[in-house]
Design a binder for this molecule. Structure first.
Ligand code: ADP
Ligand code: ZN
Ligand code: ZN
Length: 745
């Protein structure tokens, strides 16, 4: 027997299978990890296939050293998926196979954890006699009593009740009364309890209608759905009922969420309802926890997986369902190599494994909604909130008028009054400021100079930390003290401009000195449970006001929140991105959706300098369809996705001339390729060489070749050529090919 093996090295030269002999007595299956001799060393590899014969002369074939596990770490559908992805991304299979395993598993960086356990071996009817026979040893008597139930008790647990039990246990073992052994323990991530109810609610009519269609499709083993349910329509409850249906049929499910830390509620709801059958996978787990959760999934002990993007690769067998919650979130796209979109992977797996795909959102992405129009997804709608609770009212406040009438505060009078009313009613409020720090930028009033990060070409943000005042770069983390005078013209009138979350918090403290306030942004939520602690502060009611960036807009369910304020909607609207309107609509709808989820109705106040803007208007009326129609037309006339694909070859290099030269060469090669392939050229609308908005990032100079392609198979062929070009790279530079990237900055 021979094994075709992929060596776990990402390099073009070894991007093929190698043949090894399977020594007699060793049983292997495809997907299993093995150790093999490779050159002078031992390497890890994965069995791709087994064959009876081999073309090589027998003395050339080395034997597999040993299997690393006694099961296939990569299941057959995931082996196929890795091959499919490698083909699509034009990258070595070893690279996509790595996505299918917890990173720690490679190179044996994580071990199975064991503990010593002890249990009673003496027959129960002889126990009294045995206890009596222990004479003066109180310890041995107590231990025998503790072990009376016949269960296996970890030594750690016994040691809490009996000091230093080791010697006494050894004696009991010698006397044949007790046995001891090493036993594997699974490290389980400690869930943050979030008041998860463990009871299923009786469903509303809308929920039941959606669920009926969804369960029918699960039973049929196919189907792709887009669930458009307004905020508070109870989508999670539908998922829970659906997952229960899947489990009852002995099958498995994967629930994808944008980011685990931001969805502690979803996790605790699932854990409360499903217990250990649910596994949680996310980036903040320790290596051991991640490995053990993965093994619980692989062994089938856990059949529901909740996790962020990469959980889509979980080895759930007999997969019946993949849910992508908040499907419009950009976090489902991985920008790291090999690039993938979790929604596409989910769709692929469902087709391959006979599962149902369910995308859900209150604000579906333009791309997914367009697909549902085309019939790729069946559209399910839940247009009302549970118990017919009203959607919050949204009011746009014109900040120009505030300034004209002499209000220089960052809060309009309307918002100040609403905040005061809210606090005096004993309710809670959320304030969104989509920029962290104190002021957004520091600029000179005399010459207009903006203080930028030297590494990144991005305006630095003013932060106040204790007694320190610092400028901080939000891209690379660089800090420096704010200048006293303008470094360009020497003017002392160098000022702070705009505002960030920290400033909002401070202004709030002035207005409400005795009210608990929590700020949530990247600066305050570092650390393992950073988010959870702050959210708990707010949920418990100790804090009444929550200030934060977009991270507070998502998925939170706080029934006491009756007011949401958006401090400046224009920040998102003015982003230099063709998706700025889509992002704004999503953000406003999501954050507005945090208000009025309990018994009391909610109110939303959106401050802006452009109240006449059509996107803000449709966000104010929460009319998704109106927004979609307008935006879809705009994409059609402006030739933006989904009508086209925006792509680029991005070059980054330490040396600015190297980056520019490499980008220019790539641009030339693109031109040449298109002259060779007139059929590709027909699909290319624009092609130009430029510097991206962010010209320097983390000390690297950047250039890009930008292109807009019509969606067509010939354009795909061109993209394949561009991918290959990027993989070849350029001397002293990094080259990336990006297809509809989440940002073009
Ligand atoms: P969405 O994700 O659609 O915004 P959620 O799933 O967070 O909405 O549900 C909103 C709230 O309504 C939650 O507190 C949830 O527990 C509650 N809920 C959902 N379905 C029901 C139901 N059928 N009966 C009572 N309460 C429900
Ligand atoms: Zn100046
Ligand atoms: Zn920087």
């Amino acid at each position: 027997m021979y094994a075709q093996i992929i060596i776990d090295i990402v390099h073009e030269n070894v991007a093929r299978t190698f043949t090894y002999l399977v020594p007699p007595g060793m049983a292997l299956e495809p997907g299993q990890r093995v150790r093999v001799p490779f050159g002078p060393r031992q390497k890890e590899g994965i069995v791709l296939a087994l064959t009876d014969s081999c073309d090589l002369p027998p003395d050339k074939v080395k034997a597999v050293t040993a299997p690393l596990e006694d099961y296939a770490a990569v299941t057959p559908p995931l082996m196929e998926l890795a091959q499919h992805m490698a083909q699509q991304a034009h990258c070595p299979l070893a690279e996509t196979l790595r996505l299918m395993l917890p990173a720690e598993m490679r190179g044996g960086r994580v071990k199975i954890k064991t503990q010593t356990v002890a249990w009673l071996t003496c027959p129960p009817e002889r126990l009294e006699e045995a206890i009596a026979a222990q004479g003066r040893s109180q310890k041995r008597r107590t231990l025998l009593t503790l072990l009376r139930d016949g269960e296996k008790h970890p030594l750690e647990e016994l040691a809490m009740l009996v000091r230093d039990p080791h010697q006494a246990l050894d004696q009991l073992q010698e006397a044949g009364l007790v046995a001891m052994a090493q036993q594997e323990v699974l490290r389980r991530p400690g869930g943050v309890s979030f008041g998860g109810s463990n009871q299923d609610y009786p469903l509303t009519d809308e929920q039941r209608d959606a669920l009926e269609k969804l369960t029918a499709a699960v039973d049929a083993g196919q189907g792709a759905f887009l669930l458009h349910g307004v905020t508070g329509s109870g989508k999670t409850e539908v998922f829970i009922h659906l997952v229960r249906h899947v489990l009852d049929r002995g099958r498995g499910a994967i629930i994808l969420v944008p980011e685990i830390a931001l969805t502690p509620q979803m996790v605790s709801w699932f854990q409360a309802r499903f217990g250990p059958v649910a596994a949680v996978i996310h980036s903040r787990l320790s290596a051991g926890e991640r490995y053990d959760e993965w093994r619980r999934i692989r062994s089938g002990d856990a059949r529901v997986v909740i996790g962020a993007r990469s959980a889509v690769f979980s080895p759930v067998e007999n997969l019946a369902l993949i849910v992508v919650d908040e499907e419009h979130e950009t976090t489902y796209q991985s920008d790291r190599h090999p690039r993938y979109d979790a929604r596409d992977i989910a769709a692929w797996r469902c087709r391959r494994e006979g599962g149902e795909l369910l995308l859900a959102s209150a604000t579906p992405s333009i791309l997914s909604y367009a697909k549902s129009r085309r019939g790729d997804y069946q559209l399910l709608e839940m247009p009302s909130r549970v118990f017919n609770r009203p959607l919050p009212t949204v009011e746009l406040v014109d900040m120009r008028a505030e300034l004209e009438t002499g209000n220089r505060s960052i809060f309009s009078r309307r918002l100040q009054t609403a905040l005061r009313d809210c606090v005096s009613r004993g309710d809670q409020a959320i304030l969104l400021m989509n920029h962290r720090g104190y002021h957004s930028a520091v600029s000179c009033r005399a010459c207009g100079h903006v203080v930028k990060c030297e590494q990144c070409d991005i305006a630095m943000t003013y932060h106040v930390g204790g007694r320190d005042q610092l400028l901080r770069c939000h891209y690379c983390g660089a800090v420096k003290p704010p200048p006293e005078t303008c470094p360009v013209c020497g003017s002392p009138h160098i000022r702070f401009f705009g505002s960030g979350t920290q400033r909002v918090e401070e202004e709030l403290r002035k207005l409400f000195p005795s009210t608990g306030i929590v700020r949530m942004d990247l600066d305050t939520t570092s650390g393992k449970d950073g988010h959870a602690k702050l959210l708990d502060e707010f949920r418990s009611g100790r804090a009444r006001l929550l200030v934060g960036t977009q991270m507070i807009a998502k998925g939170l369910d706080f029934p006491q929140v009756t007011l949401v304020g958006v401090v400046l909607a224009d920040l998102t609207l003015n982003l230099p991105d063709y998706r700025a309107r889509e992002r704004t609509f999503q953000l406003l709808t999501q954050v507005a959706g945090r208000a009025g989820r309990g018994e009391k109705p909610g109110e939303v106040i959106v401050q802006t300098y452009k109240p006449e803007d059509a996107t803000l208007q449709s966000a104010a009326t929460q009319d998704y369809n109106a927004f979609f129609e307008k935006e879809f037309q705009r994409r059609r006339t402006g030739l933006y996705p989904p009508f086209t694909a925006m792509c680029r070859l991005l070059v980054e290099a330490e040396s600015p001339p190297a980056a520019e030269r490499a980008a220019a060469a790539l641009y030339e090669r693109c031109g040449a390729l298109l002259r060779e392939h007139p059929e590709w050229k027909k699909r290319v609308l624009t092609l130009h060489l430029d510097q991206p908005p962010v010209k320097v990032l983390r000390g690297k100079s950047r250039w890009h070749v930008l292109m807009k392609l019509l969606s067509h198979p010939d354009a795909d062929a061109f993209c394949a050529a561009l991918t290959a070009m990027a993989r070849e790279g350029a001397k002293g530079c990094e080259v990336y090919f990006e297809y509809n990237p989440s940002t073009m900055m």
